[in-house]
Write a protein that binds this ligand. Structure first.
Ligand code: AMP
Length: 396
């Protein structure tokens, strides 16, 4: 199947050819015709499956069809994409710019933590597609820096993450301001009951699609875990980086303090690493991310939130230095690797006190993760044997 047979026209398909996309992914095959038809959509799809293009491409196509007799008025937007984090907003906007290079649309990523004056200035002439985090968007609406009366499409991207991050009130306030007549698209890695409740309030008569696990678009990720005593984690990590000659790793850690400490522990063992976390400025985070993408930085330690939205064509490996408290977060993290068909590796360092999280993750995956133990790091406090769907009563 080709992109043009899905109903996309030449300016878009030739941009895709230039990017080397030879065929649509599973989610794109299912979502593009629905979005083009103008229907509402609820899609369960993880990051790494090509979901951004699955809504951006038909959105561009529809805007192109509407554009003939239309000039955008000042402070107006025609499509709004809400994302949980600045990094994802930047990422999605970068995709829009790539896919629309043969079209004349304007787009912008708008997020908090940076001076709002340039964003306000850019809104003066109107923007076709605005990608925004909820807080800054509401701020701008309150200041009357933008109006929603010409909005045609609302996209909620990574809806589950937005709810996890406590954006529900902001999202509701934004939705109240939008024209009733609009197309709604909701994308979420998981469709929890909270996501469903949001969908019920927002979306009418939606077509629902889900990319199942055995789908071809499923990223190929080799998952394994190393059992290790907590006190030995940084030594084992250094050992793995050196012995297995890791050329690239994104390492997830729980706290910003932990991130800084791990970087210095690695550096003491001769491994150059950098860290990103909420305590660093947006400018520094962006610089580090771009150095990581270009390969200048090979080992990057990050807290969970700071790593959202990182899209690196072929990220070789993610490491859970700390297992996340939520099983879904594990899925999000490993989705950073093995994207769009490339092979990736997801490594977790698991100590006895992580057993509860491990059980939740394995139940969510529906399988036990392969375990490895390293001779030089004998485990004194053994991690109990996993049993699928077993819920430990107390924290170990
Ligand atoms: P996403 O799931 O939107 O985060 O996309 C994951 C990655 O897949 C991104 O790097 C995209 O550029 C890439 N991608 C999306 N669609 C395709 C496609 N049809 N063929 C090849 N790569 C794609």
């Amino acid at each position: 199947m080709s992109f043009s047979s899905l109903g996309l026209s030449k300016p878009i398909t030739s941009a895709l050819t230039d990017l080397g996309y030879s065929a649509p992914t599973a989610i794109q095959k299912q979502a593009i015709p629905v979005v083009l038809s103008g229907k509402d959509l609820i899609a369960a799809a993880q990051t790494g499956t090509g979901k951004t293009a699955s809504f951006v491409l038909p959105l561009l196509e529809r805007l192109g069809r509407l554009n003939d007799d239309h000039t955008l008025r000042g402070k107006r937007i025609r499509a709004l994409i809400l994302t949980p984090t600045r990094e994802l907003a930047v990422q999605v906007e970068a995709s829009i710019a790539k896919y629309s290079k043969n079209l004349k649309f304007t787009s912008m990523a708008m997020y908090g933590g940076v001076d709002s004056a340039p964003q306000k200035q850019a809104l003066i002439w109107g923007i076709d597609i605005l990608v925004a985090t909820p807080g800054r968007l509401l701020d701008m609406a309150h200041q009357r820096a933008l109006h929603f009366d010409e909005l045609k499409t609302l996209v909620l991207d990574e809806a589950d993450r937005m709810l996890d991050m406590g954006f529900i009130d902001d999202i509701n306030k934004i939705i109240e301001r939008l024209p009733k007549q609009r197309q709604n698209l909701l994308f979420s890695a998981t469709i929890s009951s909270d996501v469903r409740a949001l969908a019920r309030r927002t979306i009418n008569d939606a077509k629902e699609i889900s990319i199942s696990d055995n789908n071809l678009s499923k990223p190929k990720i080799d998952q394994w875990l190393a059992t290790v005593d907590k006190s030995n984690k940084s030594a084992l990590l250094s050992h793995l980086i050196k012995e297995q000659q890791w050329q690239q790793a994104l390492i997830f850690i729980e706290t910003k303090h932990g991130a800084a400490k791990l970087v210095s522990q690695l550096e003491k063992r001769g491994i150059k690493a950098e860290s990103i976390h909420g305590g660093r400025t947006q400018a520094i985070r962006e610089q580090i991310l771009s150095d990581f993408k270009s390969g200048k930085i090979t080992i990057l330690v990050s807290t969970g939130i700071a790593a959202r939205g990182i899209d690196i064509g072929e990220l070789a490996r993610v490491v859970n230095y700390d297992l996340p408290a939520q099983a879904d977060e594990y899925i999000h993290r490993i989705g950073r690797t093995g994207r769009a068909g490339a092979r990736g590796e997801a490594v977790s360092l698991v100590s006895k006190d992580n057993f509860r999280e491990l059980c939740a993750i394995e139940s969510r995956l529906g399988h036990i993760i392969v375990r490895k133990e390293f001779e030089d790091f004998p485990v004194k406090k053994a991690v109990p044997i996993s049993i699928l769907n077993y819920v430990p009563k107390r924290k170990q």
